[in-house]
Design a protein around this ligand. Structure first.
Ligand code: BMA
Length: 310
């Protein structure tokens, strides 16, 4: 089972006439709403600070973008002054929520600072119209935590989010999206560290919003081993208790092959924050080489069969 590229070319490129998105556009969130694909993408320009741009499309391939970013660093204290990264948008009961990584200049807490000495926060923002976003707050503070995404409905009456406490994927629950208590968090799965040859032996993280199916939540994820080649896999977990892994096939479903995935700002990277399902097809939008955006798709039923029996 492999995802099929829509084209050997990227579907979305940096805009050389823009100061904030002239270098890289990558790792977009995409949701399908009212007959249109809505994309929130990470962009870097002259100052190398990530901002979130917005574009809209009828077919997921030809996009119309807004001139100005819809979300940019707002915190002068420094929690997001190095940028806003890797959005994942979920619609719950008519409200849109964006999970994103705030990358700050200052490091607080335990763990390791990032290579530039700053820290990261797994943030959530809210919007009613996909354009105006109001940051609500982080899931946790003071740790290496990103790749978070809200489930598209409450589970047992509570909001639920996947998040990544490096190198493992966790789940967290909250009543109000503001308070995420440690006792409401649990690990779901981790890298296959028992097999150093496995493609995901060193690190794993969630991709887009979990897909609800009659057989469980279908999770698409990314991972890498010592070679640091980012690939995608799948994992099927229980609908009412997502810490229960039903099956996790060993083979990856996607990996860098095109030149713009093997090269780029960071080599050997395909990185996805979006897998909306439209008319039974899964649309996997992804960043190639942290530089451009590509699209690969598959039939939902085929992917589900693979997740169950692969
Ligand atoms: C991860 C994320 C992604 C990025 C990837 C590859 O840690 O920060 O934004 O695409 O690294 O560089």
């Amino acid at each position: 089972m492999k995802l099929k590229r829509y084209s050997s070319q990227p579907i979305f490129l940096p805009d050389p006439t823009s100061d904030w998105e002239c270098y890289n556009v990558f790792n977009p969130a995409v949701i399908y709403h009212n007959g249109l694909f809505h994309m929130h993408y990470r962009a870097q320009g002259l100052d190398w600070i990530s901002r979130i741009g917005y574009a809209v499309s009828e077919d997921g391939v030809r996009w119309n973008r807004m001139r100005e970013p819809v979300l940019a660093p707002f915190d002068d204290d420094g929690t997001d002054s190095r940028g806003i990264e890797d959005p994942r948008v979920t619609e719950i009961d008519g409200v849109f929520y964006m999970c994103y990584t705030a990358y700050g200049r200052t490091f607080t807490g335990k763990g390791e600072p990032t290579h530039l000495g700053g820290g990261i926060l797994p943030m959530i923002a809210r919007s009613r119209n996909l354009i105006v976003w109001e940051p609500i707050g982080p899931i946790v503070r003071g740790e290496n935590n990103k790749d978070h995404a809200l489930f598209p409905r409450k589970i047992n009456g509570r909001f639920a989010a996947l998040h990544r406490r490096w190198p493992n994927v966790w789940i967290a629950y909250s009543d109000d999206l503001l308070t995420w208590r440690e006792e409401d968090m649990a690990m779901v799965y981790g890298p296959r560290s028992d097999d150093p040859m496995a493609w995901d032996s060193k690190s794993v993280g969630g991709n887009g919003v979990p897909i609800e199916t009659e057989h469980g939540w279908l999770l698409i994820n990314h991972g890498y081993n010592e070679d640091r080649i980012y690939k995608f896999g799948v994992c099927l977990v229980d609908l009412e208790d997502p810490t229960q892994v039903i099956n996790r096939p060993r083979e990856p479903i996607f990996e860098p092959e095109e030149l713009w995935e093997l090269r780029g700002d960071v080599p050997n990277v395909v990185f996805s924050c979006a897998n909306p399902v439209v008319d039974g097809r899964v649309y996997v939008f992804y960043g190639g080489g942290d530089h451009v955006i590509g699209l690969a798709t598959c039939d939902l039923n085929e992917l589900l069969d693979f997740a169950r029996y692969g």
